[in-house]
Design a protein around this ligand. Structure first.
Ligand SMILES: Cc1cc2nc3c(=O)[nH]c(=O)nc-3n(C[C@H](O)[C@H](O)[C@H](O)COP(=O)(O)O)c2cc1C
Length: 275
């Protein structure tokens, strides 16, 4: 399949003619302008379905370790998850220290999936990296020129998001946007601390899913766990209030009895609505 096969038909004729290289980036001429061009690479839907369908929550792992380079690759793939405004509000604690590991197993209430895992990864959402990551986005912008709208957006985000000092800005922002919302669609948050936690949790949960699918693609398995004592986990990893533990992921090689029962999903008609 050629790049043009995966390009929307409106741009097809020009992409076929003009893929070039400008300042190290692949570009294509569209309506007289050089535009960044990233072709949709061919993929293997069956291989993806095999990864998704064979992922199970595994509660017993063998003693086989996960090669460090495999775990690194899985973590890299985790961090390629889509994330709100590209702000990457997550952290991953790969537990290496034996004393911390054994306390983490206790924090996970002694669950078998934690006890037998070759690796334990604590996935944490952060609500306090908005300003820092917005500035970093502008510093590390991936094209030679930062487009004007992107500059404006990332300069505005730290003021738009979050409750402000002592939470005072949240009601003000909500009222202002509600007013503007009377005449047009507007963003309705995240303004409060709890909205920020939900905001960061969404992106981090997506990274968790990438992580477990990547492990499966490498032949390993996992169990996501929210069955942990959050207070003790915070103490163990010295997490401040801006950190929200989302999941402890236990990972390793599936033991023959690692999956306890066949997968159960309800009928799709209960969940999929055509409107
Ligand atoms: C948010 C979340 C929290 C979970 N917490 C635990 C947990 O603490 N312990 C556990 O054994 N499984 C946990 N699981 C795994 C679920 O029980 C499992 O995904 C579900 O039963 C469906 O089984 P499957 O993953 O094999 O399809 C969790 C899954 C999710 C998504």
């Amino acid at each position: 399949m050629s790049p043009s096969d995966s390009t929307p038909s409106s741009t097809r004729s020009s992409t076929r003619s003009a893929a070039t290289d400008l300042a190290g980036l692949r570009t294509v001429e569209i309506r007289g302008k050089q535009r960044y061009h990233e072709p949709a690479v061919p993929t293997d839907a069956q291989a993806f379905a095999d990864v998704v369908r064979s992922r199970r929550s595994v509660r017993v792992f063998t003693d086989t370790p996960i090669p460090p380079e495999v775990l690194d690759e899985c973590l890299d793939l985790a961090m390629l998850a889509p994330n709100s405004s590209g702000l990457q509000p997550w952290e991953f604690y790969v537990v290496r220290s034996e004393p911390i590991r054994s306390r983490l197993v206790q924090v996970c209430m002694g669950q078998l999936a934690a006890k037998t895992a070759a690796e334990l990864i604590v996935c944490v959402a952060r609500t306090d990296r908005i300003k820092e990551h917005a500035a970093q986005t502008l510093r590390e912008w991936p094209t030679p020129e930062t487009p004007g709208p992107a500059r404006q957006y990332y300069r505005a985000i730290p003021f738009l998001y979050g409750p402000g000092p002592f939470g005072l800005a949240a009601p003000l922002k909500r009222a202002l946007f509600a007013l503007a919302g009377l005449v047009r669609p507007v963003p309705r948050g995240p303004y409060t601390a709890s909205e920020l936690r939900l905001w960061a949790a969404k992106s981090t949960a997506l990274a968790c899913e990438n992580l477990v699918l990547a492990l499966r693609a490498h032949g390993f398995d996992s169990c996501m766990m929210e069955g942990f004592d959050e207070v003790r986990l915070r103490r163990l990893l010295d997490l401040d209030d801006a950190a929200l533990p989302i999941m402890v992921v236990g990972a390793g090689e599936r033991a023959p009895d690692g999956v306890f029962w066949p997968q159960l999903r309800f009928d799709r008609s209960q969940f999929v609505h055509e409107v």
